[in-house]
Ligand binder design. Sequence first.
Ligand SMILES: [Zn+2]
Length: 80
Amino acid sequence: MLNLITETMLYFGRGAEPSLEPPETDEILADCGHEIYPNEPVYISPSAGTLCEQCVRDRAQDLDAAALAAALGYERSYVL
Ligand SMILES: [Zn+2]
């Protein structure tokens, strides 16, 4: 009880309560975990959420040629 009283007195002695929240800004946190700021692109999937531009590029680099071609609307075939 004595500790509680001491902490309360210290609190009131300091004036305004320090904010526990970060400063308010307009950026969003994409589902990939990266911050996206106003006027930067965000890529939205109804099933997978949001990605920043760099993560879209990273994922494109991970695709093999057939998957990338399919994403661009091309179908893989073979010359016989
Ligand atoms: Zn990202």
